[in-house]
Design a protein around this ligand. Structure first.
Ligand code: TRP
Length: 426
């Protein structure tokens, strides 16, 4: 079995909180310990520039997040752990991908559309305040993933569309330049908790309801005691369903501890006691990590060195040879190795072609294949060779192809029309 490459990025634009830990860091560290996987975890600091214009914040957050991953048990000698901006091949790839990415694809990105909708609702220009960084975000993300031909990309639900775009972009590049990229898949883990924040909504910096992962114990305690609950008195049975307190407890406790807490809720534990129990549970899990975190954060040069050596090894093993191959494929080539001019026979073969054939089902089919050998169109089945031939003739006459078949994966309408035009031109 080939190793599965698992890759995910973490944008350093804030301070890690309990939700990041339970939802992303802990499952990723666990996954990296399974055999048969090669894991790539990186700090997407270029992406941070889309979210914040504060240089100190990017730097600080990069340090905090790197220290958090290391304190959470990530073993940099067993996984690839690096910073995006230390791998210049990624931005170079982003440009190669930009040139095969339809603008229309990016127009449909949720984050961009949300910004436009908001502007329109506020009677602003549709693109007011929208940077090209925001617009191009999915292309850079595709470059992160495709650079290492990752198979699986663990992400939150909000990132699934970006993975679909990465697949589209990869297919377009493969279609134009040959099979270079694996089509990556999103891995959305349903069992991973989306943690509620202090107010019961999803824990998120944008709701201002977070509990920082490494807050000092007294701050942690204060925050836990500030979690919103209903106003049931001590002794009254309490609902676990919909209780932020209970969900947070569950995310850090063993199944049997969770069941005990469930009974205590039914028996009418007071909110004060429940908060005390949650605080102790959290502190028990976090304290040892916090100690490691504090050590690390006080040695930024060591973290810098870990990140730098990850990037150096990764460039040598994957990024540099791969970008060389991709540049070559796209025609960014040395001029001292010009190919021999094509022979007449090669020229004839280099034309788009219709290929007719019969299948085991007894029906007649055709494929339309581009000059580079890539499939463009797959016909439906026809009862006779004559009907299939008539459909081909119609397409060559420019009568359209849509009614006769389906575009091949990765082939765009423009590719097909250009190929038909090329055939009609001679
Ligand atoms: N966009 C991701 C987020 O905000 C971070 C990210 C950047 C990423 N590049 C990536 C995630 C590549 C997975 C793969 O959460």
């Amino acid at each position: 079995m080939t190793t599965q490459r698992i890759l995910t990025g973490i944008t350093p634009s804030g301070t890690p909180h309990l939700g990041n830990y339970a939802g992303a860091i802990r499952p990723a560290v666990e996954a990296s310990q399974r055999p048969g996987v090669e894991s790539f975890y990186f700090l997407s600091d270029y992406h941070a520039l889309v979210k914040t214009g504060e240089p100190e914040r990017v730097q600080r957050s990069t340090l905090e997040i790197a220290a958090t991953w290391l304190a959470s048990g990530l073993r940099p000698e067993r996984v690839w752990f690096y910073r995006q901006s230390d791998i210049p091949e990624i931005t170079e790839l982003a440009w190669l991908l930009t040139c095969v990415t339809g603008k229309g694809l990016l127009n449909r990105a949720h984050a961009y559309k949300a910004a436009v909708d908001k502007n329109i609702a506020e009677s602003e220009e549709p693109d007011a305040g929208v940077t090209m960084g925001l617009f191009m975000y999915p292309v850079l993300m595709a470059a992160d993933i495709l650079m290492f031909n990752a198979h699986k990309v663990p992400v939150g639900r909000d990132q699934v569309q970006h993975l679909e775009m990465a697949r589209d972009i990869a297919a377009s590049f493969n279609h134009r330049y040959g099979e270079h990229f694996v089509l990556p898949e999103a891995a959305v883990d349903e069992s991973v908790a989306t943690l509620p924040g202090l107010d019961g909504r999803k824990m998120s910096k944008s709701y201002d309801n977070i509990i920082p992962l490494f807050a000092p114990p007294d701050t942690l305690k204060k925050l836990v005691f500030g979690i919103i609950t209903d106003s049931k008195a001590p002794g009254e049975p309490k609902e676990t369903e919909g209780s932020a307190l209970f969900q947070l407890f569950q995310a850090f406790a063993t199944p049997s501890e969770t069941e005990t807490m469930r009974s205590r809720f039914a028996e009418g534990i007071s909110w004060g006691e429940a908060k005390e129990a949650l605080f102790h549970k959290l502190e028990g899990v976090i304290a040892p990590m916090r100690a490691r975190y504090e050590e690390l954060i006080n040695e930024p040069a060591r973290i810098e060195q870990v990140l730098k050596s990850g990037a150096t090894a990764l460039r040598a093993k994957y990024a540099t040879p791969f970008i060389t191959r991709l540049r070559e494929a796209a025609g960014l080539r040395s001029l001292d190795r010009l190919p021999a001019p094509p022979t007449n026979r090669a020229k004839a073969q280099a034309k788009p072609q219709f290929k007719q054939y019969r299948e085991a089902d007894g029906l007649f089919y055709f494929k339309f294949v581009g000059s580079n050998g890539h499939p463009l169109l797959q016909s439906r089945g026809f009862a006779s060779a004559r009907e299939a031939g008539q459909a081909v003739a119609g397409i060559k006459n420019g009568e359209g192809y849509e009614q006769w078949g389906e575009r091949a994966p990765g082939a765009s309408d423009t590719d097909i029309r250009q190929a038909i035009d090329a055939l009609r031109a001679d």
